[in-house]
Ligand binder design. Structure first.
Ligand SMILES: CC(C)(COP(=O)(O)OP(=O)(O)OC[C@H]1O[C@@H](n2cnc3c(N)ncnc32)[C@H](O)[C@@H]1OP(=O)(O)O)[C@@H](O)C(=O)NCCC(=O)NCCS
Length: 196
């Protein structure tokens, strides 16, 4: 069975769901960054939701497309040109474990970069990810970009398999540096897909 989603631009009202999806795509890393920003006694997810509600910034709802199944938010795609999403002159201000990802994104300047692709667990494996990757190709065309790019963790073999099936190839990698409490280890891999 495959779901037939409808796609729409995100609005501020999607900020809560988007914060959770951003954290899912980052395998829990976004939550760690937000928790540090929140400080003791405050909610990491509230920081994430606040960040999505902004008009600018990589997590802004303005960079997001929502996949709806019926009346439920099922998945999302967030992206844009890397040089529009990130200020590469200020990489050092990012959380240490996020810097390798931004350095890899910098190598893909000019492509339409997939910053976040994620679906809620009950909607995975039903074709939504493949459809969102097709949407990313349309976005690249719309922006006059020659292709797509994304960064995936080497431990995320399921997602990597999907990307390879959809035409992405590894282009560069950097060791991932995580707090010792973090369950994953390996490399961040920049994958690219030419479209013409
Ligand atoms: C990666 C993801 C967006 C793919 O979306 P999807 O709707 O499950 O994708 P599709 O149904 O079109 O394709 C399924 C493919 O995704 C892969 N996949 C990854 N995680 C999966 C999961 N938990 N359940 C099912 N499939 C998964 C499968 O290997 C499958 O690949 P294949 O068809 O080539 O065998 C989705 O599984 C997800 O949200 N995963 C968690 C977040 C994440 O890791 N995001 C990527 C960060 S780089």
């Amino acid at each position: 069975m495959a779901y037939e989603p409808t796609f729409r631009p995100a609005t501020r009202a999607d900020a809560g769901a988007l914060a959770v999806l951003i954290d899912i795509a980052g395998n829990g890393l976004a939550n760690q960054i937000w928790l540090e920003q929140a400080g003791p006694g405050h909610s990491a997810l509230e920081v994430g939701r606040h960040s999505v509600r902004q008009e600018t910034g990589v997590d802004s709802y303005r960079n997001a497309t929502i996949a709806m199944v019926g009346d439920e938010v099922a998945a999302c795609l967030i992206g844009g040109l890397p040089e529009a999403l990130y200020d590469f002159s200020r990489i050092e201000e990012k959380a240490a474990f996020f810097r390798p990802v931004v350095r890899l994104a910098a190598q893909a300047a000019g492509t339409w970069y997939i910053d976040v692709i994620a679906g809620f667990a009950e909607y995975r494996g039903y074709g939504l990810g493949s459809k969102l990757l097709a949407l990313a190709a349309s976005k690249a065309e719309e922006f006059g970009a020659p292709g797509n790019s994304l960064v995936v963790g080497s431990w995320n073999t399921g997602a990597t398999h999907l990307y390879e099936r959809c035409g992405f190839e590894a282009a560069a990698r950097e060791p991932a540096i995580f707090p010792s409490s973090y369950p994953q280890s390996g490399d961040w891999i920049l994958m690219t897909r030419p479209l013409r």
